[in-house]
Design a binder for this molecule. Structure first.
Ligand SMILES: [Zn+2]
Length: 362
């Protein structure tokens, strides 16, 4: 067993990585199915890469039938990402243009360079309406994902030490720094909509709880699922509550959403946004249910011994040390678990005199 495979965790060993330890070189690709190429670009975060997909396409235009490619997801706006795309343009497109840009959801690593790709190739953007508008608004405001509203929201869940509050307040430019612009028009994707790409039909499957309206794509020809962030093999998808929807029941939405993938065959090849392509879809759905059931049990136990805020839950749910960026993700996740128990009647919520929500056994 080589070093990489010994680093697989126990749950990953129940899945099959179809391409073993192979990874696309930066600026290169691996063909995972006829006409479907896997790209991997680097990210300057703890989660250090994203997978993007190139799908061989042909479309009717004013000058007749055009051959080219559809891109799924874009990476963040960053010089390194643009340089990696340039290598892809030079090496992987067979001299053909990009005809269309599909974005699974509005997070910066997925939509960040959509404006650049669409403009450069004069290609339309295809995306869910909810995520398109959220991305556009977030790229033009300094109040999404950071800033005063976020600081107040996290403080109401107990992350109220002055240093953290100040840092979150000052992080107001987070989204626009990674997504400085979004194309001015788009083509709407919706659940059940079928997109014909090259010779294949891809059916949109909407998913909730991670992004406002995430779109995964399934092709029965070859049993391929472009899972986006809704079906990841190694890490569990971030499921968060944010200040713009402070009483969301995101975890219930997420778990209901992944159950919709149970209708797909077990030997579906899932193409995830992070990690490696895998088979074992139904196993992975069950693992994610088990993971969240265990986290919910831990949260329930903690709230049974004393009323807990989101911040009180952090060391219970996350055993490792977190930087501020990870702490805000973790807080969103802690609140999502508290809310799932609150909305299902197992916990009740009260706001204490210090302005912090605490949850206790109902
Ligand atoms: Zn995401």
């Amino acid at each position: 067993m080589n070093e990489k495979s010994t680093r697989m965790n126990a749950l990953e060993q129940q899945l099959t990585y179809t391409f073993g330890d192979q990874l696309p070189a930066p600026g290169g690709a691996i063909e995972v199915a006829p006409g479907v190429k896997w790209l991997r670009m680097s990210l300057p975060f703890a989660l250090d890469h994203i997978n993007l997909w190139l799908l061989r396409d042909e479309q009717d235009g004013p000058a007749g039938r055009r051959q080219g490619w559809t891109v799924v997801d874009c990476c963040i706006t960053h010089d390194v990402s643009k340089a990696q795309w340039e290598q892809v343009f030079a090496n992987e497109l067979d001299g053909l243009p990009i005809l269309r840009v599909i974005v699974t959801h509005m997070h910066p690593d997925h939509v960040g360079l959509a404006h650049w790709l669409c403009e450069r190739w004069n290609a339309p953007l295809w995306m869910s309406s909810t995520d398109y508008h959220t991305a556009r608004l977030s790229s033009q405001t300094t109040t999404a994902f950071g800033g005063e509203g976020a600081a107040r929201f996290f403080a109401s869940h107990g992350l109220n030490d002055p240093d953290s509050v100040e840092k979150i307040r000052n992080r107001a430019n987070y989204y626009p720094s990674l997504v400085p612009d979004v194309p001015r028009s788009f083509h709407r994707l919706m659940d059940g909509y079928v997109v014909r790409i090259g010779g294949r039909d891809w059916t949109c499957i909407s998913g909730y709880g991670h992004a406002p309206e995430h779109i995964a794509l399934y092709s029965a020809q070859g049993k391929l699922l472009i899972g986006g962030d809704m079906m990841l093999p190694r890490i569990s998808t971030n499921v968060s509550v944010y200040e713009v929807e402070p009483e969301a029941d995101s975890l219930r939405l997420f778990l209901e959403s992944i159950d919709r993938f149970k209708a797909l065959p077990e030997d579906t090849l899932t193409l995830p946004s992070h990690g490696k392509p895998f088979t074992g879809l139904h196993t992975r759905i069950q693992q994610l249910h088990d993971h969240h059931r265990d986290r919910l049990a831990e949260v329930m136990e903690a709230c049974g011994s004393k009323p807990c805020s989101g911040a009180d839950i952090l060391p219970i749910m996350f055993k490792r040390k977190l930087d501020l960026h990870q702490t805000t993700f973790a807080m969103g996740e802690a609140v999502a678990h508290l809310h799932a128990l609150w909305f299902s009647g197992k916990l009740r919520r009260s706001m204490d005199a210090d302005g912090v929500y605490r949850f206790s056994a109902a």
